[in-house]
Design a protein around this ligand. Structure first.
Ligand code: UDP
Length: 256
């Protein structure tokens, strides 16, 4: 893997025309950004999001503009292997957890905000983290079903708090669009779209057992848990077909 420890802008590797950033240790790279108050939007890329971006130019643009795009999904890791790059999968939920653990290890604990999930979920997740990480500074939570008329007040609240790390769990692509539109209120924060992580931390949803994750089958467990997602998941075979075709025709479109 290319070692790019603390460069502000990373050289992307193209994944079906979208950028992916190869960094030895994403936790360390982001810790540096948080410490230095260098704002950053982190995208946790998977096959489903890649296929969504083909149909959604706004999402594609946001991925191109993000300072850090990490390989969240097994499909991305397998794609990289097809192109001769061995990368370690970095699920967004694990990256987010790792940063919570690191948040108290520097001088002053990083201030953290949780936004998203059904009412009560982010609060329960925050309580659990407060119990397991002494000194953690979760300065606020907000459920993800905010009425549009309440949004200006919420944005003002974020602006006043200026958290160093902001997790937004509204699902893809809602969270990416929301972060892109609103990150200007806390330009020095690290913003991460964390999907359903608050549900997992709060205990309202279960993550796939390790065996499924290790064998690139997390999607299968998800399908068993949430069969109504089958339509979204048709993106996975589409992604695999495209990846193989690009490999065979030796095409790997260069990012914009
Ligand atoms: N969600 C939300 N507001 C909305 C729609 C969804 O806060 O308007 C939350 C929902 O409660 C869940 C998360 O977004 O906690 C979506 O989780 P999912 O695992 O589906 O995310 P994805 O797979 O899209 O990353």
């Amino acid at each position: 893997m290319t070692h790019v420890p603390y460069s502000d802008s990373l050289q992307p590797f193209p994944v079906l025309g979208l950028p992916m950033h190869l960094v030895n240790d994403y936790d360390r790279w982001l810790s540096h950004r948080i410490e230095q108050r260098l704002g950053c939007h982190v995208i946790t890329l998977n096959a489903e999001m890649t296929m969504q971006a083909e149909q959604n130019p706004a999402l594609a643009n946001i991925i191109h503009q993000a300072e850090l795009v990490i390989p969240d999904g097994s499909g991305i890791v397998l794609y990289m292997r097809l192109h001769g790059k061995r990368v370690k999968r970095t699920p967004g939920i694990e990256l987010a957890q790792g940063l919570l653990e690191r948040s108290t290890q520097f001088g002053e604990p990083w201030s953290i905000f949780f936004f998203g999930g059904a009412p009560g979920v982010a609060e329960t997740a925050a309580q659990k983290w407060r119990q397991s990480i002494p000194g953690i500074s979760i300065v606020g939570v907000q459920n993800g079903y905010l009425k549009p008329e309440d949004e200006p007040e919420f944005l003002q609240h974020l602006k006043t708090l200026q958290p160093r790390l902001i997790y937004v769990g509204l699902g893809v692509p809602r969270q990416e669009l929301w972060i892109s539109k609103n990150r200007h209120v806390c330009p020095n924060a690290v913003w991460i779209g964390v999907g359903g992580s608050f549900d997992v931390w709060a205990g309202t949803k279960e993550r796939a057992p390790k065996w499924f994750c290790d064998n690139h089958l997390e999607w299968l467990y998800r399908l068993y848990q949430e069969p109504w997602r089958w339509k979204r998941m048709t993106a996975l075979p589409k992604f695999a077909m495209k990846a193989i075709v690009y490999r065979l025709t030796k095409r790997n479109p260069v990012s914009r």
